[in-house]
Ligand binder design. Structure first.
Ligand code: GRF
Length: 199
């Protein structure tokens, strides 16, 4: 059976598109997108996903406590029989409740070479620290901010006169290669675990 992936976004959705393309062209084999969820109803990525015929859902926070908001998301994930969750520009920190509900099955992509420059504005942080090399990281999500075990990374040079925009664009190009590769490798492991468990 195909692995069912949920993608959580808050904005542009270019990593979501990279994952959807990779599933379509077989770079991520034997997988399907169960749904794309956004906490922002007007996220550009949500309409892109809709145009591609993907199932989409906006689940707004609407003044609720974080865990209440997440209970709704987790319940939808369970209804949709989701096996793997990919955060792709999802601008919220997950609570322990969410992380524990899908332990080892939540991935995130971050635009720096973690553990350097976690949190917001990673590209700006790299420039301000005078880094000569930056890049992107796909990691498992745990209860720390961008601190879970690293799955894969790609590097890019920081060029003299780089701006946040030029560095971000160079990193983003690599993100679109890295995330599908990392998801494919995680699925190989998840499938192996599943096969082992069934003996
Ligand atoms: C990416 O740079 C990703 O690394 C970070 O947020 C950005 C999302 O971009 N977590 P997009 O929405 O996938 O285009």
């Amino acid at each position: 059976m195909a692995t069912r992936i949920a993608i959580l976004i808050s904005g542009r959705g270019s990593n979501m598109v990279a994952l959807a393309d990779a599933i379509k062209n077989g770079t991520i084999p034997n997988a399907e997108i169960a749904l794309v969820i956004s906490d922002q109803p007007d996220a550009k990525g949500l309409s892109i996903a809709e145009d591609r015929g993907l199932k989409t859902l906006a689940i707004e926070r609407r003044g609720r406590k974080r865990e209440e908001h997440e209970r709704e998301i987790v319940s939808v994930m369970r209804d949709e029989r989701v096996d793997l969750i990919c955060l792709a520009g999802y601008m919220r920190v997950l609570s322990p409740y969410f992380v524990d509900a899908f332990k080892g099955h939540i991935l995130n992509i971050h635009p720096s070479l973690l553990p350097s420059f976690p949190g917001l504005d990673a590209q700006r942080q790299a420039l301000e620290h005078g880094a000569h090399v930056s890049g992107c990281t796909v990691h498992y999500v745990d209860n720390t901010l961008d601190g879970g075990p690293i799955i894969a990374q790609r590097t890019v040079p920081v060029i003299p006169d780089d701006t946040v925009e030029s560095l971000s664009a160079r990193i983003l190009e690599q993100e679109h290669i890295l995330y599908p590769e990392a998801v494919a490798s995680v699925l190989t492991r998840l499938t192996a675990d599943f096969t082992d468990d069934s003996h």
